[in-house]
Design a protein around this ligand. Structure first.
Ligand SMILES: COc1ccc(C(=O)/C=C\Nc2cc(OC)c(C(=O)O)cc2Cl)cc1
Length: 295
């Protein structure tokens, strides 16, 4: 039930809505104070109206591979309900925890209540005060455990990047935003549509040659871009022109700026995560045994 409390705060059931702490294509995230347990939560508020408008504008031609009828994922709200179903299955220290969903059919907003990860985004990219190698090591290890858990649960995240990694008071990272994630059967997902953030997409996902590509190497590549951004404060391939960006991802070698010194073992790891051939790219098991990760 929506109401206003005496000091003018919007009240949604037992939650008192405070400041906006996040914003994205999905909607906004507000700090929410739960009067029943006196704890703060993160409430992600998704506007159904905005969702309907956004998706209808970019209605995709139904791809031949899979018949995405409105009952599956074409209908915009289906995508969100899919995200909720995935979130409900997940329970890991390095993945955000969905507490409850407030979905009042008469309200425009669909609200996802998450455990609050107190410090928010681990780092803003681009930035001129990147993480130390020590901090990057701490947070990358959490990212590896989180992604290992997701892949074990047969989920490809598809949008691994620093702004989807939240830092808690316990100095640990949690992976957030399953808005474009996919579930799969068998050993890996077969992906044939380009979602996610362009600067974090691997060559196989942007070249015209392949009709479909695997999901796990896609997340591993994005982990490599994320690790590079942790220590340098910007992405290895970037260009505001999308065609130029694609060409850099496909053709350019990773270069390490001289200004910021990083260890040889870290350079080795980044280069092996950003191998342009998905078949040669590191797997989660190989990452867990890499000398920089285990040092
Ligand atoms: C300064 O202090 C701050 C403390 C917490 C935050 C914060 O939480 C921000 C976003 N949060 C989220 C976003 C999500 O998607 C986009 C999802 C999801 O859908 O999985 C879950 C969460 Cl929690 C921000 C600032």
């Amino acid at each position: 039930s929506l109401s206003e409390d005496p000091d003018g705060y919007i009240q949604l059931n037992q939650y008192k809505l405070k400041d906006e702490i996040g914003k994205g294509s999905y909607g906004i995230v507000k700090l929410a104070y739960n009067k029943e347990d006196n704890r703060n939560y993160a409430m992600k508020m998704i506007s159904k109206k905005k969702l309907m408008k956004r998706t209808s504008l970019i209605r995709r031609a139904p791809s031949r591979q899979q018949s995405t009828t409105s009952s599956e994922l074409n209908h915009p709200l289906q995508r969100v309900y899919k995200e909720i179903a995935i979130l409900k299955k997940l329970d890991h220290p390095n993945v955000v925890k969905l507490i409850e969903v407030l979905d009042d059919p008469n309200q425009d907003y669909l609200c996802l209540v998450f455990e609050l990860v107190e410090k928010g985004n681990v780092i803003e990219i681009p930035c001129d005060n990147p993480l130390s190698e020590e901090d990057a090591w701490k947070y990358f290890r959490d990212l590896v455990l989180g992604v290992e858990y997701l892949h074990y649960q047969k989920i490809i995240h598809r949008d691994i990047k620093p702004s989807n990694l939240l830092l808690g008071d316990d100095d640990h990272i949690k992976i957030a935003d399953f808005g474009v994630s996919n579930e799969f059967d068998g050993d890996d997902a077969l992906i044939s549509n380009s979602l996610g953030t362009p600067a974090f997409l691997p060559p196989e996902a942007i070249t015209e040659n392949s009709m479909s590509w695997l999901g796990k190497p896609l997340d591993i590549w994005a982990m490599g871009i994320t690790l590079y951004a942790f220590v340098f404060g910007y992405c290895p391939f970037q260009d505001e022109n999308i065609a130029a960006l694609r060409s850099k991802i496909l053709m350019k070698n990773v270069i390490f700026p001289e200004e910021i010194e990083i260890s040889l073992s870290l350079k080795d790891l980044i280069l092996k995560l950003l191998n342009k051939d998905p078949a040669k790219r590191l797997t989660i098991d190989k990452i867990k045994n890499h000398k920089w990760v285990t040092k």
